[in-house]
Write a protein that binds this ligand. Structure first.
Ligand SMILES: Cc1cc2nc3c(=O)[nH]c(=O)nc-3n(C[C@H](O)[C@H](O)[C@H](O)COP(=O)(O)OP(=O)(O)OC[C@H]3O[C@@H](n4cnc5c(N)ncnc54)[C@H](O)[C@@H]3O)c2cc1C
Ligand code: SF4
Length: 326
C-alpha cells in the first residue's frame, strides 16, 4: 500500500474543506471495507484520507413522515432499526442480504452506495480496464463476464454495480443529500449512479469533492407488500448474481401501484419502469407478472457467458411478485 496522510473531519463542511487540500489525490474514508481493500491492491492510491465515519450517524423522522438516514449510519444499525424494518422492510432485507455481520458492523450507508464494481479486471492493476485506466480497454467483454451486465452496458465497460442497498433505495425513490465545494444539493436514486457510456471511470454523477450527508425516504404506502430477494452463488458473503426489490399496492386483485428495481444486471441499480408500466392496472397473477418481466428484459443484451441472467431475472421477478401479491 502506498503511504498516505490521514485527517479526521469534525463536520461535513470541515470534511469538504480537508478534501479540497488534495482534490485529485484525496478520498473520503468511512468504514473502509471497500476503499482500504482497493488501496491494498493499489487500485486506489490516495495521498490523503479524510475520515467521515463519525459524521451523520442518526436515523431521524422527517416532517413528511419519512426517515432521514445519516451517511455514517452503519449497515447493521440501519437493518436493525425498528422503523426501517416496519416501514421499509425491503431496505432492511437488502442490507441483511449483503456482505457479512462483521462487515455490516463497520460499513456505512454512504460507503455502501459508492462502493466500486467487483469486476475482476478492475481489481487487478496488471490488467487493462477502462474504468481504472480510461482508454486502456475492457478485457471483460471477451473474458470473464459471467457476473457482469446484461442491461445498459457499453463498448467501454460491462461492469455491474454491486450494492444491494442501492437496489432497494432505487425502488424506494430515495433522495441523496450531498454537500460539496459548490454547496448542497439532492440527487434522486435512480439518478445518482450512471451508465458507463464512454466514461466508465465515472460511477456516479457526484462532482469532485462532494460528500454524501444523508439519504431521505418518503413514506411507503406499499410497505405491506414489499420484498427484496437476491440470487447469489453462496448463501452468504457473496454479491448478487441477480436481485430484485419489489413493492406493490393492490386494489382488490388489480395492481394499483408498484415499484420494481433489479440488481446485478447493470452498471446502476436498474429501475424497471417498463415492467412497472406493464403491471399497472393489470390483474395480479402469473401471466401479468411474466409479461411485466418480459417488457423490461426485452432490452437485455447478454454477453457470451451471462445469458442465463435473463431467465433468472424473469423467474426471480415473477416469483417475488407472486409472493408479495399472495
Ligand atoms: C467480502 C465482502 C463481501 C461483500 N458483500 C457485499 C454484498 O453482498 N452486497 C453489498 O451490497 N456489499 C457487499 N460488500 C461491500 C460492502 O457493503 C462495502 O464495502 C461497504 O458497504 C462500503 O462501505 P464503507 O463504509 O466501508 O465504505 P468505504 O470503503 O469507506 O468507502 C467506499 C467508497 O465510498 C466513498 N465514501 C464513503 N463515504 C462517503 C460519503 N459519505 N460521501 C462521499 N463518499 C464517500 C469512499 O471515498 C470510497 O470511494 C462486501 C464487501 C466485502 C469485503
Ligand atoms: S467491465 Fe468495466 S470494470 Fe470490468 S474490465 Fe471492463 S472497463 Fe474495467
Amino acid at each position: 500500500m502506498k503511504p498516505f496522510a490521514y485527517e479526521q473531519a469534525a463536520d461535513a463542511a470541515g470534511a469538504v474543506a480537508l478534501l479540497g487540500r488534495a482534490p485529485d489525490g484525496a478520498r473520503y474514508l468511512a468504514g473502509g471495507t471497500n476503499l482500504v481493500d482497493l488501496m491494498k491492491l493499489e487500485v486506489e492510491t490516495p495521498e490523503l484520507l479524510v475520515d467521515v465515519r463519525d459524521l451523520g450517524t442518526a436515523i431521524e423522522e422527517t416532517d413528511g413522515g419519512g426517515l432521514r438516514i445519516g451517511a455514517g449510519v452503519t449497515n447493521s444499525a440501519l437493518a436493525a432499526d425498528a422503523r426501517v424494518r416496519e416501514r421499509y422492510p425491503l431496505l432492511a432485507q437488502s442490507v441483511l442480504a449483503g456482505a457479512s455481520g462483521q462487515l455490516r458492523n463497520v460499513a456505512t450507508v454512504g460507503g455502501n452506495l459508492l462502493q466500486r464494481t467487483r469486476c475482476a479486471y478492475f481489481q487487478d492493476v496488471s490488467k487493462p480496464c477502462n474504468k481504472r485506466r480510461p482508454g486502456s480497454g475492457c478485457p471483460a467483454r471477451e473474458g470473464d463476464h459471467r457476473n457482469l451486465a446484461v442491461l445498459g452496458h457499453s463498448e467501454a465497460c460491462v461492469a455491474t454495480h454491486p450494492s444491494d442497498m442501492a437496489v432497494a433505495l432505487a425502488a424506494l425513490e430515495a433522495q441523496v443529500h450531498v454537500t460539496g465545494p459548490r454547496g448542497e444539493r439532492s440527487i434522486p436514486i435512480p439518478g445518482l449512479h450512471r451508465l458507463p457510456g464512454d466514461e466508465p471511470q465515472r460511477d456516479t454523477v457526484l462532482a469532485p469533492g462532494e460528500l454524501i450527508v444523508a439519504v431521505e425516504l418518503a413514506p411507503l404506502v406499499m410497505a405491506g407488500r414489499a420484498r427484496y430477494r437476491k440470487v447469489r452463488d453462496r448463501a452468504s458473503y457473496a454479491f448478487a448474481v441477480v436481485s430484485v426489490a419489489v413493492a406493490v399496492e393492490l386494489d382488490g386483485g388489480t395492481v394499483r401501484d408498484c415499484r420494481i428495481a433489479f440488481g446485478g444486471l447493470a452498471h446502476v441499480p436498474w429501475r424497471a419502469g417498463r415492467a412497472e408500466d406493464a403491471l399497472l392496472g393489470a390483474t395480479a397473477g402469473e401471466e401479468a407478472f411474466g409479461a411485466a418481466a418480459d417488457a423490461e428484459l426485452a432490452a437485455a443484451e447478454p454477453l457470451r457467458d451471462n445469458a442465463f441472467k435473463v431467465p433468472l431475472a424473469r423467474n426471480l421477478l415473477v416469483s417475488t411478485l407472486a409472493e408479495v401479491c399472495s
